[in-house]
Design a protein around this ligand. Sequence first.
Ligand code: DX5
Ligand code: ZN
Length: 222
Amino acid sequence: MGIVISPSILAADFANLERDLNRIADADYAHVDVMDGHFVPNLTIGLPVVARLAQVSPLPLDVHLMIDDPDRWAPGYAEVGANLVTFHAEAAANPAQVARDIRRHGARVGIAVRPGTALDPYLDLLPSVDMILVMTVEPGFGGQSFIPEMMLKVRQARAAISRSGLDIWVEVDGGISRSTIEQAADAGANVFVAGSAVYAAEVAADEVAALRELAERHPHAG
Ligand code: DX5
Ligand code: ZN
């Protein structure tokens, strides 16, 4: 289970998304935040834009759906070429079915929980997913402060995964920077989303390398 760095293009220049994807070409994934103005108050981009990003991106896409009714909309993101499609547990009527539908289109599937959502009711879904996304801020906006209390949930996720014997990733998203990534890695996360930290840096590639190096100091047997 390697370290995966997935910079969020929410902090990129939306008039130059292709250029800004190329600025992070030495990361592992590009994290794409889809917000519908209902599940979260903010509104970003949707399917037609993600479809084009999948065509021009030098990196596989890690699409984070902060939308209502993923049962209806999530499979379409897999269909247009997203490599990893994550939906929120709170928003899905039938999470196991959403996961199956995403996989049927050839993508990996992630399930996300907001800071206030307990993981326990979803742990029986482990065989249906490839990743658990533990939100480390309230979803909706970039540039918020990391919530350290979420490290308990990361530990719980990693422990449940270890018990299951399955190869499942744990992603953290929100407030990840040089000063927070080590505690997340130590708790058992292996996929790290960073928006403002990467795109505010003068050289985005240097920030990606620095984050990777810090995370690699805390290898987790998985
Ligand atoms: C927040 C998004 C995040 C956001 C992270 O709702 O899901 O992916 O882009 O941004 P930073 O790294 O600035 O907290
Ligand atoms: Zn996100």
